[in-house]
Design a protein around this ligand. Structure first.
Ligand SMILES: Cc1cc2nc3c(=O)[nH]c(=O)nc-3n(C[C@H](O)[C@H](O)[C@H](O)COP(=O)(O)OP(=O)(O)OC[C@H]3O[C@@H](n4cnc5c(N)ncnc54)[C@H](O)[C@@H]3O)c2cc1C
Ligand SMILES: NC(=O)c1ccc[n+]([C@@H]2O[C@H](COP(=O)([O-])OP(=O)(O)OC[C@H]3O[C@@H](n4cnc5c(N)ncnc54)[C@H](O)[C@@H]3O)[C@@H](O)[C@H]2O)c1
Length: 452
């Protein structure tokens, strides 16, 4: 007999976990299917493992900056294998813990590929057909196909975060989050890293002036950044790889490497879901056609969340937020819509760069009247006490309302401090509210009053 559920979730990442747990807590019969180890991108192949490797890289950078200031650690280096083992102390137990957690909550788990067989039924690779009142597509994202010869030679984020040996010469194809973060890790671990970015600058999601200041940290780490360079082909040779590049002025070049990493963007992972069988439509860009409640416009039984839904930026807190919205809609009827205002985002370079709210260009093009405070603040105590020269900010405060429109930070501790701006923006606190708040001193947050 076909097994029947209130909700089947495709995927076992952040969106899936939040949705499945909440539905189970509401007494609903839930199933979760994933063909990969349970845990999803953030816990197994993204945010969390990456941040553990960053911890090692950060120590190396601390030593570099403190050399001659009382720290002598000559010969200190990263033992890549051991750092990977450190990472695995976190990632290793994740799938088992998840399965145990689901079992305890009465959620059925299927470690297999799922595809739609009908409007509200799924075909599982081994277990056959299961059906549900509702299906949540939480299938995440995958590296975008690049369409150039030799793209099969590129290693994705999953491969990089599992490397047992770190190759000597690494090329990052692309210059966004993944290229920036992975290059800071690999360079501190001794690799020669080249970032090949098609765009005019790297990290286009962040403020251009602050990214400019951050380039000093790329230089200090020995990371070569080539902007306006589009990768057009990758060839495998006996010695490694040749990466064929075209520059913005039409010139061509060849870069040699032992490893080529895909850091050129990700797209919703929808192609293998058999959406046609369920009548779930996609738009011209291939994204799911969803209404404001994250429900398929063509099949009301189906909802989507997180990277697969691609309604907000592809970030973990967005996946979690989407899942909460979907569950509220399932339990209470379609009454909730996602709220994507003031989502803080951080690229974990060393030091990090962070952003929340509008960019300066967006604020101007939307016609806001605002005061802008921006400063390269390397002489401030927050930077000096850690011997870091990269520190700066750009904050926009609306005239009249004194609400913060956008905050952009680079330097020590900004990965934490940005959350204070996010809190203020999401809850309508003004620049005056922030100025009248007491922040513990000396902390990164104690600078906020001088930034607004
Ligand atoms: C290297 C890297 C670093 C990142 N770092 C950060 C960070 O620091 N901070 C941040 O906020 N975000 C970060 N992100 C983004 C973040 O990881 C994602 O936005 C988030 O994990 C998406 O969660 P999700 O639940 O939507 O999907 P996922 O966690 O990707 O889960 C989707 C799951 O669905 C499964 N699946 C797909 N198709 C099927 C199918 N047909 N049947 C069964 N299962 C299927 C997949 O195997 C996958 O496990 C990073 C991403 C990467 C790649
Ligand atoms: N800290 C974080 O929050 C974090 C970290 C990693 C990933 N992520 C998420 O994962 C997503 C994917 O990350 P990503 O770094 O792969 O993508 P990205 O969108 O950040 O950057 C991709 C870059 O690759 C460039 N590019 C594309 N094709 C190219 C080519 N042929 N040659 C040279 N350059 C090329 C593009 O110009 C683009 O700027 C991000 O959008 C982000 O939301 C987040």
């Amino acid at each position: 007999m076909t097994k029947s559920y209130d909700l089947i979730v495709i995927g076992s990442g952040t969106a899936a976990m939040v949705a499945a747990n909440r539905m189970a807590a509401a007494g609903k019969k839930v199933a979760v299917a994933d063909y990969r180890p349970f845990g999803g991108t953030c816990a197994l192949r993204g945010c969390d493992p990456k941040k553990m490797l960053i911890t090692g890289a950060q120590v190396m950078d601390d030593i570099r900056r403190m050399r001659g200031h009382g720290v002598a650690a000559d010969g200190a280096h990263i033992e890549w294998r051991d750092l990977m083992e450190f990472k695995r102390t976190f990632t290793g137990p994740v799938p088992g813990k998840q399965l145990k957690n689901y079992a305890a909550k009465g959620v059925d788990t299927y470690h297999e590929h799922a595809r739609f067989a009908g409007p509200n039924s799924l075909e599982l690779e081994r277990s056959g057909i299961i059906e549900a009142t509702n299906v949540l597509i939480a299938a995440g994202a995958r590296p975008v196909p690049l369409g150039f010869p030799g793209e099969e030679h590129l290693m994705d984020n999953e491969g990089f975060l599992e490397l047992d040996e770190l190759p000597a010469r690494i090329v990052m194809v692309g210059g966004g989050y993944i290229a920036s973060e992975f290059s800071h890790i690999a360079a501190r671990a001794g690799a020669k890293v080249t970032v090949l970015q098609r765009g005019k600058r790297i990290l286009p999601q962040f403020d251009g002036d602050l990214v400019g200041w951050l380039m000093e940290a790329f230089d200090a780490a020995g990371i070569e950044v080539r902007t306006g360079h589009s990768v057009e082909a990758v060839e495998k040779t006996d010695e490694g790889y040749i990466i064929r590049v075209r520059s913005a002025d039409g010139g061509t070049a060849a870069v040699h490497a032992d490893l080529v990493v895909h850091a050129a963007g990700r797209i919703p992972d929808l192609d293998s879901l058999g959406l046609e069988a369920a009548g779930v439509e996609r738009d011209q860009c291939g994204r799911l056609k969803l209404n404001e409640h994250l429900q398929s416009v063509s099949n009301p039984a189906v909802y989507a969340a997180g990277d697969a839904a691609a309604q907000g930026p592809p970030l973990t807190p967005v996946s979690s937020h989407d899942a909460k919205v979907v569950v509220a809609n399932l339990l209470e009827g379609n009454t909730y819509c996602p709220d994507y205002r003031a989502i803080p985002s951080v690229a974990f370079t060393i030091p990090p760069i962070a952003s929340v709210g509008l960019s300066e260009e967006e604020a101007r093009s939307k016609g806001f009247k605002f005061s802008l405070k921006s400063e390269q603040a390397s002489t401030w105590y927050t930077a000096r006490r850690v011997a870091e020269s990269v520190y700066g900010f750009k904050v926009m405060v609306e005239e009249g309302s004194k609400l913060i429109l956008g905050a952009h930070l680079v330097g020590p501790h900004v990965d934490e401090v940005i959350n204070v701006f996010g809190l203020a923006m999401r809850h309508g606190l003004t620049a005056d509210d922030i100025k009248s708040t007491m922040f513990a001193y000396p902390t990164g947050a104690s600078d906020i009053g001088y930034m607004v």
